[in-house]
Design a protein around this ligand. Structure first.
Ligand code: XMP
Length: 521
């Protein structure tokens, strides 16, 4: 008994809960790598941990991960992939309002397994053209529906004829004709298209593609057997897709505090646009800016709260308790915390402001608890261990860089010296502001050279699918929870105890004194 008390005392002297640890370090702002979490007695296996999180009434995620509202990270493809994995994507606003509405509709109307806009070819193209297309776009498949100029199905170009030896032949000579192609009418797909397709593939030995057409035989979708098999597996997966009450995937959209020609908040335009987003079924809007503790953002949140009392609203970004109280008072439900931690951010260098992320999260989390709002740790996350640390003080994390190299992020893959990359840029970079995000940084649209960018344009190594990246991250989060004996995220927040890490301790934490053959990911 005495021995237990003795070790309890040394534990509590060296490993402290947030309320003691952060105030004891109040003269030094800390970020992820400055601290580490102490392990605790555990009866929890990582695979048994629950990762669901409630961000606001009506906004429940199955994993606490959100993809950033950035123009090189989240459009409909990313938002679909995030929601299918149980998380959420925030569609960025660097596009015309009409286009943002269609992006949201794509997510809300997504039927899992149905590729709504399959890549098609036309009868007049040559097989050589098709091979060039595959090479240029790095497609991992070679079977294509063939349509005429009006989008009517004329056949299927099967992968086994898409070969260099047939390069000079026309698609029309090589295709399987319409009469032999298996199709289903879109209105016959019913409530469970996957079950319908699953039955079809079982009944039609050797057929791996089912094309969907409308009454006029226009191609409107494609279902593949491999997708159906993956989805059938997924139904028994631990983390279910994040869906609304009508079984549609969840989707968020970012909005800015748009101003009119006189520099005043354009309330009518903001209300119109958010009204249209709500009509399309958006589940949450994020009023996104670099400085959330400002009149324009507060007024925008108030206007939206009055007009849409039940709509979950995210607002930010902030790093102080006063700012959290301000945005909560205006009606926000979830507050984005992070100023300058992002991998492409230069706000701290350019403007000299911002707070290292763990200290910012601690300060904001205490105000958020008082105001009964949630906080989202936004930026600076480079590994799953950072997410575990962030989740000890927040309800979810927002990541940009981690997802920017994924297939589902907007933009093309580029090859440089044999390696594949995707573009990733800050929303405060000059190029992104020119494309529309200037308001986020308090500048006029179409900024001239006078504006100081607060972000860089960069590349991320291409890293495959979001499914794969999330599987790694989730595995890491679950391990961290197992080490702390936390069965769910609320227990993780309650149990976390911290200590500082020295530079030598930081070096010790990464692989060292070995020749690495394979990286951890
Ligand atoms: P990560 O580290 O995940 O960060 O790449 C993504 C977050 O960074 C923020 N963001 C910016 N911050 N200048 C900034 O100071 C920028 O140009 C910029 N662009 C994005 C944003 O919060 C995002 O979620």
């Amino acid at each position: 008994m005495a021995a237990t008390r003795q070790s309890d005392t040394s534990d509590s002297q060296f490993y402290q809960p947030a309320e003691q640890f952060f105030p004891a370090n109040d003269r030094l702002a800390l970020t992820f790598d400055d601290i580490t979490l102490a392990t605790l007695y555990s009866e929890i296996l990582p695979r048994d941990t629950q990762l669901d999180t409630m961000l606001a009434e009506g906004l429940h995620l199955n994993i606490p991960v959100i993809s950033s509202d950035m123009d090189t990270v989240t459009e409909s493809r990313m938002a679909i992939a995030m929601a299918l994995n149980g998380g959420l994507g925030l569609i960025h606003y660097n596009m015309p309002e009409r286009q943002q509405l269609s992006e949201v509709s794509r997510v809300k109307n997504h039927v899992h397994g149905l590729i709504q806009e399959p890549i098609k070819v036309t009868p007049g193209q040559s097989i050589g053209d098709v091979l060039a297309l595959i090479e240029q776009k790095k497609f991992g498949f070679s079977t294509f529906p063939v349509v005429d100029e009006k989008g009517k199905l004329v056949g299927l170009l099967s992968g086994h004829v898409v070969k260099p030896r047939y390069a000079k032949k026309k698609v029309s000579e090589a295709l399987t004709p319409r009469s032999q192609v298996h199709t289903v009418k879109n209105k016959e797909l019913g409530k469970d298209p996957i079950a319908r397709a699953d039955k079809f593939f079982t009944e039609h030995i050797g057929i791996h593609k089912l094309l969907v057409v409308d009454d006029q035989d226009h191609l409107c979708g494609l279902i593949t057997m491999s997708d159906v098999e993956r989805i059938t597996q997924e139904r028994i997966a631990q983390f279910k897709p994040a869906r609304d009450a009508h079984f549609h995937l969840l989707c968020g959209a970012a909005v800015s505090a748009t101003r009119n020609a006189f520099g005043e908040l354009d309330r009518a335009r903001i209300l119109n646009h958010v009204g249209a987003l709500v009509e399309r079924g958006v589940d949450v809007v994020a009023v996104s800016t670099a400085h959330g503790h400002s009149k324009g953002i507060g007024d925008t949140v108030k206007v939206l709260r009055d007009a849409f009392p039940k709509l979950p609203i995210i607002a930010g970004n902030v790093t102080s308790a006063a700012a959290v109280e301000f945005l909560a008072g205006c009606g926000a439900n979830a507050i984005k915390v992070g100023q300058g931690p992002g991998s492409i951010c230069t706000t701290r260098i350019v403007a000299g402001v911002g707070i290292p992320q763990m200290t910012a999260l601690y300060v904001c989390s205490r105000a958020a608890a008082k105001k009964k709002v949630t906080i989202l740790a936004d930026g600076g996350i480079t590994k799953s261990g950072d997410i575990v640390k962030a989740l000890t003080l927040s309800q979810a994390v927002i990541c940009g860089g981690i997802f920017a190299g994924c297939n589902e992020a907007p933009g093309e893959v580029v090859e440089i010296s044999g390696k594949l990359y995707k573009q990733y840029r800050g929303m405060g970079s000059f190029a992104a502001m020119k494309a529309g995000s200037a308001a986020r940084y308090g500048h006029l649209p179409n900024p001239t050279q006078k504006v100081a960018p607060e972000g860089v344009e960069a590349l991320k190594e291409a890293c495959g699918s979001v499914d794969r990246v999330l599987a790694q991250l989730i595995g890491g989060i679950q391990s961290g929870m197992g080490y702390l004996g936390a069965a769910n995220l609320s227990q993780l927040r309650d149990k976390a105890r911290y200590t500082r890490v020295s530079p030598a301790g930081m070096r010790e934490a990464a692989p060292h004194d070995v020749v690495e053959l394979k990286t951890g990911n």
